[in-house]
Design a protein around this ligand. Structure first.
Ligand code: GDP
Length: 425
């Protein structure tokens, strides 16, 4: 099967976790290549329901190697807790590897994430406060720490002292919070890193060998194309690239090794946090879709916050698929729409009196009004269906319409949150 990226074409929460859990059955390796414990990939299988934050969604197959690549924001204590939590719930001991180059989430990254949101007040971004923006800022400012470097406590403390000195100035004068102690942070990090030392490996060499041997590898993205810092709704984006193009960097494999890009596309829209959302619903219609959405309503898997919801946005999704370089689409959550007589789909935006089918810059996106086409609803449950031909006529028309609009073949249709509720087309 080669190397396949499984990435989001929307704003995240498309059901990537479910699709990776489904596809991993026929895979040897699953790699998370960006983002951190702000993820909430929901997986429901025979072991129960799980929200995976840092671990790749191949974790439920004891023979699959699950890798945290160098592009990930590695929260070491969360990783240990997550592994222990799975084992407690009867999941067979997973195979996990952490790239020695993965940088670690520092305790002050989480503090700064929360303090900055507090400072911004009404203008905050709606961060999950997992430290992601401060983490990637420091990584690219070259004041981050690779996990493989945490075992030499003297060298670690040496590098930390001037960094913490600068952090303390901001803590004291901007946020009016207590100062940090570099030595104490170094000790904690060193202890935490020691607990996972047996997982820390040269994963790039491992992956190169796996590719040479023709192993089947999945690269699992977090969030979606519209949250990419370059191509998404900046600054309402995340801080690492969510694109399949970055997967080669974030995993540490050649770009030409990736043969397939599966873009996970949601049959309606949802978003967490601030930013323009053209098809967003309000009031009773939003309430109904939110309650019927997901596996138990559209609420953040990480934060429990109600997600913003809206109709399918073909303008945003076509662009999202293009930026991902999608070769196939997995259309998820189709079952959720089974309560509607007719289903609006946004096919164009109207911005300042002009119609467009191209996804605009963030400011214009905020002024865009959706232009809808109404499609016939199927008004029946479809979660039990496993054959495409058995879907109601209207559901098949919806799938074909979406496929024509986004211009990418829909290869899978997900009709429920469980692993087996998947139709291969
Ligand atoms: P991810 O971050 O892309 O993995 O997505 P999340 O797990 O955050 O959100 C997707 C939500 O939809 C979760 O609650 C899943 O259990 C649920 N889900 C995934 N696929 C389907 C589906 O086809 N139908 C229904 N009803 N729920 C689904």
């Amino acid at each position: 099967m080669g190397v396949t990226s499984v990435v989001g074409a929307n704003w995240g929460d498309e059901g990537k976790g479910k699709m990776v859990d489904y596809l991993a059955e026929r895979s040897d390796v699953v790699v998370r290549f960006q983002g951190g414990s702000n993820a909430g990939h929901t997986v429901i299988n025979r072991f129960g329901k799980f929200a995976l934050h840092l671990l790749p969604s191949g974790i439920f197959y004891p023979d699959v190697v699950n890798i945290l690549g160098p592009g990930v924001a590695l929260d070491v204590s969360e990783l240990s807790q997550e592994i222990a939590g799975l084992e407690k719930r009867g999941v067979p001991k997973p195979k996990v590897m952490v790239s020695e180059r993965a940088q670690v989430m520092m305790p002050y990254h989480k503090l700064f994430d929360g303090y900055e949101e507090e400072r911004l007040g009404a203008r905050q971004f709606g961060s999950t406060r997992s430290g992601i923006a401060p983490f990637y800022s420091d990584k690219y400012a070259k004041i981050g720490f690779q996990i493989g470097e945490l075992y030499d406590i003297e060298a670690l403390t040496d590098r930390l002292v001037p960094i913490v000195q600068a952090k303390n100035v901001i803590l004291e004068h901007l946020y009016h919070k207590p100062a940090l102690d570099a030595k104490e942070i170094a000790r904690t990090l060193n202890d935490d890193a020691t607990k996972v030392r047996n997982l820390v490996k040269d994963t790039s060499t491992f992956l190169h060998k796996a590719i040479r041997e023709g192993k089947s590898i999945l690269l699992e993205g977090q969030l979606g194309a519209l949250r990419d810092p370059d191509h998404g709704i900046y600054p309402f984006s995340t801080s690492s690239s969510t694109l399949a193009g970055f997967a080669s960097v974030g995993a540490g494999i050649p770009p030409y090794a990736i043969s397939d890009v599966i873009a996970v596309v949601k049959a309606y829209s949802s978003a967490v946090g601030a930013g323009p959302f053209v098809t967003e619903l309000q009031g009773e219609a939003a309430h109904e879709l939110r309650e019927r959405g997901g596996d138990a309503g559209e609420y953040g898997a990480k934060t429990g916050r109600p997600r913003r919801v809206g109709w399918f946005d073909a303008v945003a999704t076509r662009y999202g698929c293009r930026m991902q370089g999608a070769t196939t689409v997995a259309l998820t959550l189709l079952d959720v729409l089974g309560y509607l007589d007719s289903i609006p789909v946004c096919v164009e935006y109207e911005i300042d009196g002009e119609r467009t089918a191209e996804f605009p810059l963030t400011g214009a996106c905020g002024r865009a009004r959706p232009v809808y086409r109404e499609l016939e609803g199927w008004k029946q449950p479809i979660s039990h269906i496993r054959d495409y031909d058995d879907l109601p006529r209207q559901a098949k028309s919806y799938v074909s319409f979406v496929e024509d609009e986004i211009g990418v073949k829909i290869g899978w249709i997900s009709v429920g949150p469980r692993r087996e509720q998947t139709i291969m087309r």
